[in-house]
Design a protein around this ligand. Structure first.
Ligand code: PLP
Length: 381
């Protein structure tokens, strides 16, 4: 990363700076109480996050990967899934989604995404029914809701469980319903750079299913409902009191932070004009996208990234290598050809976006992209 960049990719300290006093006072309050694991702060955050999401239950857990694993393991405990069952997952997701499936002893069924939205494509779910899936994981990639109405219909028709990976979509809303309330259960991550981030690791499961909520609550704490009595073979995956208290400070700012991200995305989409750059497309309402990442595409992605770096603009790639091509899965993951996924990973580039970007930083990014002389343009001139 270039020192003294005009536009850093993401400045976490700047995002938390407006809340420094409130966060410090809260940390102090928790330390003075001297109670760190499973207490009043976690309970209060769970209630507040469930109310925000519009579901009956939120269960605080250690991170987003565990949230996914705990739902899948919970469904196995509850008899709704069995070891080896197939779970449909978009092939272009962050690897955590696929890891959760294999860690829970289930079988990933990779499907190609819709190349327009980067989200799972209901038509591909239908095609994958021949592989006898028992569940679908819909990832709201980059912060945009997957087409949940169509997916939920399909799942209902074919008796499939529907898990939302909402790790990038805190607050995304469609028809008045939020990410986390659109399937049978959802997993959230509060990794620091997510739209709602802790000051460390954190995660949550949301659901309206009373039985699943109780099972996940038990599994996250050594499978124990009563101390030193273990009903289930559980994990240690708890959200801690300090993180829960800090998340309670930040949750009330989530909607306004998402509105800032939306305004930047609007400026980018209105002002970036380049024949070799494809801008992101929003297919549902404005509120259905919370712009965790602003992802553009170009056939010469690396050339564009180099040009932007020369302009002092940091970029990232989400993600350079898809899960099925990672060394850890190359031998063991069964899948058909995935040409859409593989071409997307070569073309995508994420521009800086965050609630604290200034007007002049946004303009610098716009001029940076617009001033790029791509290889086709150099040939023409
Ligand atoms: C961040 C993320 C996760 C994992 O969350 P952690 O808290 O880092 O474990 C899972 N899925 C997606 C899509 C993510 O972006």
């Amino acid at each position: 990363m270039s020192v003294g960049a005009v536009v850093p990719f993401f400045d976490l300290a700047a995002c938390d700076a407006p809340h420094l006093d409130e966060l410090s006072a809260t940390a102090r309050r928790v330390i003075e109480k001297g109670w760190y694991i499973l207490g009043a702060e976690v309970e209060a955050f769970e209630e507040e996050f469930a109310a925000y999401t519009g579901v009956r239950h939120a269960v605080g857990v250690a991170n987003g990967l565990d949230a996914l694993i705990l739902v899948l393991k919970g469904w196995i405990v509850d008899g709704r899934l069995a070891r080896g069952d197939g779970v449909i997952v978009p092939a272009n997701t962050y690897i955590a989604t696929v890891l959760a499936i294999t860690q829970a002893g289930l079988r990933p069924i990779l499907v190609e995404p819709d190349p327009v939205t980067y989200n799972i494509d209901p038509a591909r779910i239908e095609e994958a029914l021949v592989d006898k899936p028992k569940a679908v994981i819909a990832v709201h990639l980059y912060g945009q809701l997957a087409p949940m109405a169509a997916i939920a219909d399909l799942c209902k028709t074919h008796g499939l469980l529907l898990l939302e990976d909402a790790a990038q979509a805190h607050g995304a809303t469609s028809d008045g319903r939020r990410a986390g309330a659109l399937g049978s259960a959802a997993a959230f991550s509060f990794y620091p750079s997510k739209n709602l981030g802790a000051l460390g690791d954190g995660g949550a499961v949301t659901t309206n299913d009373d039985s699943l909520a109780d099972t996940v609550r038990t599994l996250r704490n050594y499978g124990s409902r009563v101390k030193y009595h273990n009903d289930l073979i559980g994990l240690n995956s708890r959200l801690d009191e300090l993180q829960a208290a800090l998340l309670r400070v930040k949750l009330p700012y989530l909607d306004s932070n998402n509105a800032c991200r939306r305004a930047i995305a609007r400026a980018y989409r209105q002002n970036i004009r380049h024949s070799d750059v494809t801008l992101p497309t929003v297919t549902l309402d404005e509120e259905s996208h919370v712009w965790h990442q602003f992802v553009i595409r170009s056939f010469d992605r690396d050339g564009l990234a180099r040009h932007l770096a020369e302009c002092g603009i940091q970029t990232q790639i989400h993600y350079p290598v898809p899960p099925h091509l990672q060394p850890c899965y190359r031998e063991s993951l069964d899948h058909g050809p995935l040409p859409i996924t593989e071409s997307l990973h070569k073309a995508v580039l994420s521009l800086p976006i965050s609630p604290v970007m200034t007007q002049s930083q946004v303009s610098a990014v716009v001029s940076g992209v617009n001033s790029w002389r791509s290889s086709t343009m150099s040939k023409e001139s």
